[in-house]
Design a binder for this molecule. Structure first.
Ligand code: PLP
Length: 424
């Protein structure tokens, strides 16, 4: 049998002294990037929505189904043991990837959305009372708003938001000023999916901690681009999603301090999450398993393990440097387009460019760009409150990854110019 994902050596995310990442070499690892769309070479600038998958991820999923497909933690036969080992190896890789103190602090979930719903229902709901508040920010994705609203409504509590500046920066002192005794929980995105803003999570976590308020960080857009160290960040919960991290859809992780996971009741009940079941009393498995009822996305997590190995092999420092370089290049190029308005212009940001062109609807722009082979997202980006803040119904968004190139940016800007002349 060929080497399974858990057998591969992988490096810690961190600083390497290797040569800068070569996007042309990296993109050769991604089979889909060589396809054409509408007869044009694909320019995939929708990475914040979902990232493409390297061949090693696709092969790992394929290998699981061909060579060791079995359920996890149930069978003593060889296939069951191999599947369990591969699934659990991804937990180890995730724990290292985010520098968790222990693998038992990593709950495998279907993505950030499930992670946040789990915390809202299992941690926050039992602790909320009428009049309490949950503090988030204006730039949150709906996944970090709606779950809090669902539990707040059941208790007569409410969700409040800390403001941001027009350039897209969280006003930290306003966030801290809102951490009143009414606030029982706080949630913040590490990196905004619309603006690219990287929030000062350490500072926010310190302020929350000083007031005994647990902080959840939505790391969906951070994990693919920044080294994550949950211990150094000082937050209490960290959620990430695998499909933006070059892994399969339907995978993700919730990290939480062990004592918090121990104090939380299960969210889903069923197989795999129990110690003993009787009609009088059921006892639950220890964390993280008590939060993992039912058969998980085993193939997906095997693939996510391969994705983490891949990212570690490239090095998040090299990924970050390549993306910063491309972001600077793309920002300058977009600014040269007449009538183009950028959303999110803070110095410390990830490679996300939201924009509008005078007189052109974002959807028309995205549709016409698609005909030029350029995939960008248009819409509200699951961030209605942020759109309301800017007074626009939608933006177009180009989100870049390390496998994108300056030549693609040039072609993208040329396509925008073509569309603008057609529509504006
Ligand atoms: N949070 C942010 C900032 C996101 O960008 C996304 C996805 O776009 C999510 C949460 C939700 O992630 P998922 O749909 O994978 O659960």
């Amino acid at each position: 049998m060929s080497a399974r994902p858990q057998d591969r050596e992988h490096t810690q995310p961190g600083l390497s002294n290797r040569a800068p990442l070569d996007p042309l070499r990296a993109r050769a690892d991604f089979p889909l990037l060589s396809r054409q769309v509408h007869g044009k070479p694909l320019i995939y600038f929708d990475n914040a929505n979902t990232a493409q998958k390297p061949a090693v991820v696709i092969e790992a999923v394929d290998r699981y189904y061909r060579e060791f497909n079995a359920n996890v933690s149930r069978a003593v036969h060889a296939l069951g043991e191999e599947a369990t080992a591969a699934y659990e190896a991804t937990r180890d890789k995730l724990a290292l990837f985010i520098n968790a103190k222990s693998r038992d602090e990593v709950v495998l979930v279907s993505g950030t959305t499930q992670a946040i719903n789990l915390v809202a229902h299992s941690y926050a709901l039992p602790r909320l009372q009428a009049g309490d508040e949950i503090l988030v920010t204006t730039m949150e994705h709906h996944a970090n708003i709606v779950p809090w609203q669902l539990v707040a409504e059941r208790r007569g509590a409410k969700v409040v938001a800390a403001p941001i500046t027009r350039s897209g920066e969280l006003i930290v002192e306003e966030f801290i000023a809102r951490l009143t005794p009414r606030v029982k929980f706080a949630g913040v995105t590490h990196v905004s999916n619309v603006l690219g803003t990287i929030n000062p999570v350490r500072e926010l976590a310190k302020a929350c901690r000083a007031r005994g308020i647990p902080l959840l960080v939505d790391g969906s857009q951070a994990a693919p681009h920044l080294p994550i160290d949950v211990q150094a960040l000082g937050c209490d919960f960290y959620a990430l999603t695998g499909h933006k991290l070059f892994g399969p859809t339907g995978t993700g992780a919730l990290w939480a301090r062990r004592e918090l996971l121990e104090a939380m009741p299960p969210f889903f009940g069923g197989g795999e999450m129990i110690k003993m079941v009787s009609f009088d009393k059921t006892t639950f498995a220890d964390p993280p398993h008590k939060f993992e009822a039912g058969t998980p996305n085993i193939a997906g997590f095997v693939g996510l393990g391969a994705a983490i190995d891949y990212v570690n092999d490239l090095g998040l420092d090299r990924i970050g440097a390549a993306e910063r370089d491309l972001l600077a290049y793309a920002t300058d190029a977009l600014k040269s387009v007449p009538g183009l308005r950028l959303f999110g212009e803070v110095p410390h940001k990830a490679a996300v460019l939201s924009f509008l062109i005078d007189g052109v609807h974002a959807h028309d722009l995205a549709t016409l760009l698609d005909h030029e082979g350029v995939a960008v997202r248009s819409g509200h980006h699951c961030a209605h409150p942020l759109m309301q803040f800017y007074g626009v119904p939608a933006t177009a968004r180009a989100s870049l990854a390390f496998y994108n190139t300056r030549a693609e940016v040039d072609a993208f800007v040329a396509a925008i110019e073509k569309v603008r002349k057609l529509l504006a």
